[in-house]
Design a protein around this ligand. Sequence first.
Ligand code: DAH
Length: 347
Amino acid sequence: MQETITQLRAAIEAHDLSTPEQLEQFRLAFTGRKGQLADLFDQLKTVPQEQRRAVGQELNQLKQLALDRFTQRQQELEATRENAPQNPEFDYTLPAPQALGTRHPLSLVREEMVRIFARIGFNVAEGPEIEDDWHNFTALNFPENHPARDMQDTFFVRRNPGEPKEDFLLRTHTSTVQVRVMESQAPPIRSIMPGRVYRNEAISARAHMMFHQVEGIFIDEGVSFADLKQTVYYFVQEMFGADINIRFRPSFFPFTEPSAEIDITCLICKGTGCNICKGSGWVEIGGCGMVDPAVLQHSGIDPEVYSGYAWGMGIERITMLKYQIKDLRLFTENDLRFLRQFEGIIS
Ligand code: DAH
C-alpha cells in the first residue's frame, strides 16, 4: 500500500497540465469518482487496524494535493481563455457580424401609403378583423340577397357551433372601418384604414384567401368627384412617379354612387402588354366612388348636408407593381431568398 501511495504521489506531481484536455485526463485518472484515489480509499479497509489511521491521513493529504493542483490549474486556464484570444488569427476587437433584419414588403408599402396620405391630412383608423353582418354588408348597402354574401366569398364564424345562425364573419374588405368611423365621428372626416381582409378563395399566383387593403374616406360639405380624382392622382404620382397614366373605369359598388375602378399603366411591361395585365397595358389598383347617401344615413350622417368619397386599394397589388413581384404566394411563404431582397430598405 505504502509503495502504491508513493508512486501515485509521483504521478500526481508529474502529470502534465498544459491543456484543458490534460486537465480533464488528470481529473479522470486521480480525483474523479472512478479515479485511483477513490480506489485506494476503498482498499483502506484491508489495511491492518494499527496502520489504518496513518495510511488514511496520508491518503487524505494526497487527495488534497491532487485537488489543489487541479483547481489551481483550472483557474489559470479559465483566466487565459477570458483574457487572451486562443486563436491569434481571430481579431476580437472587430464588431460582431450582425444579420440585418428585413421589413416585409407589404409593411414597407403600407407604411409608405400611410405617409403619402398623412401629408394631405388623412389619419389612420383601425377596426376588428372579426366583424358582424352590419359593418361588412348591411350598413354598406348590400341588398339581402347580394351574391357577395354567399358562402363562397365570406368566411362565417359561428358563435355557438350547435346553432345554425352565423353571428360573425371575417371581414371581406376594410370598408367595415369606414362605417365604424362614420358611426363614431362627426364630419369633417379624413381617414385611411389599412388592414387584413379574408375571402374564401383558392390560393394561386393571383388570388389568396387573406390579403390587405387600404380603405380611405373623406366626408365634408361640398365634396365632389373632382376631389376624389385629385386625391387618386396625387397618390399614384407619389407612389409610382409622375409618368404613370391613370384611368377611371365606370363600375358598381353597393356603397358608392357613382363608382369607378382605378387603373394605372402596367409597371411590369410599361404598358406594352404582358400576361399580368392580360395584354391590355393597364392594371387595376382599387375601387372608388362617392359614398352612397344611404350609407351616410345608416351611419348617422345627414346626406342633405354632407357628401364624401371613398376608395379601397389592395396593398398586395401595389407591392407587386412596385417591386415587380409576379406571384402573390411569395408574400406568405417566408422564403428567406425572397425576404432578403428587401434588406436595408427603410422607405
Ligand atoms: N370594398 C371594395 C372591395 O373590397 C373596394 C372599394 C371600392 C372600397 C370602392 C371603397 C370604394 O371604399 O369606394 O373590393
